[in-house]
Ligand binder design. Structure first.
Ligand SMILES: C=C(O[C@@H]1C=C(C(=O)O)C=C[C@H]1O)C(=O)O
Length: 163
């Protein structure tokens, strides 16, 4: 089945794995990690898709914001390490290419989570161990992974209106 929490966790992990390309690109082009305009775009698009899919807006917004905080935390820590890495060992695609892939992944995450809930599934606190196994990045602390997990768990579809 494609509606298991583990598959959703994989997609979230894939998003974080793109941060290597983003961090490399920014370091090599002397760009800051935080890009407020891009964040607005990610947030606006995500909330629009979320409302179409029937997610509760406030909780989904919080999830997107925590996910972007995680993305930045990963990049800041990588950025420090890049100071000591020769430039040729940190090559990355164009930022616009990576961002298209991230946006496509964002849509998949949303659709996957909606499908999981439509099938009667949900994320429960017991799933955190699995979440942490899958999100194996050493660039996020335990508590940060937990914050992301909790925000994900709380992003639920609105209860269906009675017919
Ligand atoms: C991933 C990026 O880095 C940061 C994190 C973002 C995100 O998680 O979507 C968006 C903008 C940046 O503040 C990026 O610049 O694309």
């Amino acid at each position: 089945a494609t509606d298991k929490p583990a598959d959703l966790f994989q997609l979230i992990d894939q998003r974080l794995k793109f941060m290597k390309d983003v961090a490399c690109y920014k370091a090599r082009h002397h760009l800051p990690v935080e890009d407020v305009a891009r964040e607005d775009q990610v947030l606006r698009h995500g909330l629009q898709q979320a409302s179409r899919a029937g997610f509760a807006g406030d909780e989904f917004r919080l999830f997107l914001q925590v996910q972007m905080s995680a993305a930045k935390a990963v990049q800041y820590r990588m950025r420090a390490e890049l100071e000591f890495l020769p430039a040729q060992r940190c090559l990355s695609p164009e930022l616009s290419v990576t961002r298209q892939k991230i946006s496509a992944l964002d849509d998949r995450i949303l659709r996957h989570y909606a499908a999981l809930q439509h099938a009667g599934g949900h994320i429960s606190p017991d799933d955190f161990q699995r979440f942490e196994q899958i999100l194996d990045t050493r660039y996020l602390k335990h508590g940060e992974k937990y914050a992301l997990f909790i925000a994900l768990m709380h992003a639920r579809l609105e209860p269906q209106a009675a017919p």
